[in-house]
Ligand binder design. Structure first.
Ligand SMILES: C[S@@+](CC[C@H](N)C(=O)[O-])C[C@H]1O[C@@H](n2cnc3c(N)ncnc32)[C@H](O)[C@@H]1O
Length: 187
């Protein structure tokens, strides 16, 4: 395992780094409503969506409201502490349409072609094997599935190169804060 406290191209953050990050987010989320970004993603009631690399779950309450009772939010992460934090939040906020799932060996425990939309925010720079990661995301989305992904802590050009070389996503829209991608399954 490559250890890098800043989390670039790493398999899994050290527990202490995760705890510091979670605390920082907790304080930041009081002042900055980062989850407003979800309003731009076209999330509908009844959608099955994935918060990929959910961390401590800053976006799950808003995501839960947007998909409503007929939808489902899967909060997915490679870190056990993230899953623990999200489960606690689900319980505390009574989020019945949110499920926390751990990714192990780069496999997400969701069925093929089952997801309408994935968002992956502030995490792409951390992914150790971007090609495998992007193919796994493509496996779980429906043929017309959409991915919203941001650069994380890397240049936009670097993020785009990874997306293009995966051969399974097409960037259909670029905004300063994120890229919208369509699965090539539907083309
Ligand atoms: C900086 S945090 C961001 C959390 C959240 N997306 C946010 O913006 O508040 C990045 C998260 O991505 C997770 N992560 C990194 N690589 C991953 C991968 N390959 N698959 C799933 N989660 C991953 C990390 O464990 C960490 O919880």
């Amino acid at each position: 395992m490559r250890v890098n406290i800043f989390g670039k191209g790493m398999d899994r953050m050290p527990d202490t780094a995760f705890r510091i990050m979670a605390l920082t987010y907790k304080v930041r989320d009081i002042f900055v409503h980062r989850d407003d970004i979800l309003d731009e993603f076209g999330i509908h009631r009844g959608h099955n969506i994935v918060d990929y690399g959910c961390g401590p779950g800053s976006y799950i309450r808003k995501a839960s409201e947007l998909v409503g009772v007929g939808g489902m939010v899967y909060a997915v992460d490679i870190h056990e502490l993230a899953i623990k934090a999200v489960k606690k939040r689900i319980e505390k906020e009574n989020l019945r349409n949110v499920t926390a799932l751990v990714v192990s060996n780069e496999k997400c425990p969701l069925a093929d072609n089952s997801i309408d939309l994935i968002y992956a925010l502030d995490m792409f720079h951390m992914v150790a094997n971007p090609d495998t990661f992007l193919k796994e995301l493509n496996r779980i989305v429906k043929p017309d599935g959409i991915l919203f992904i941001d650069n994380g802590h890397q240049r936009r050009s670097e993020a785009k190169t990874k997306i293009h070389s995966s051969g399974c996503w097409k960037i259909t829209e670029e905004k300063p804060r994120y890229m919208k991608c369509r699965s090539i399954k539907g083309t």
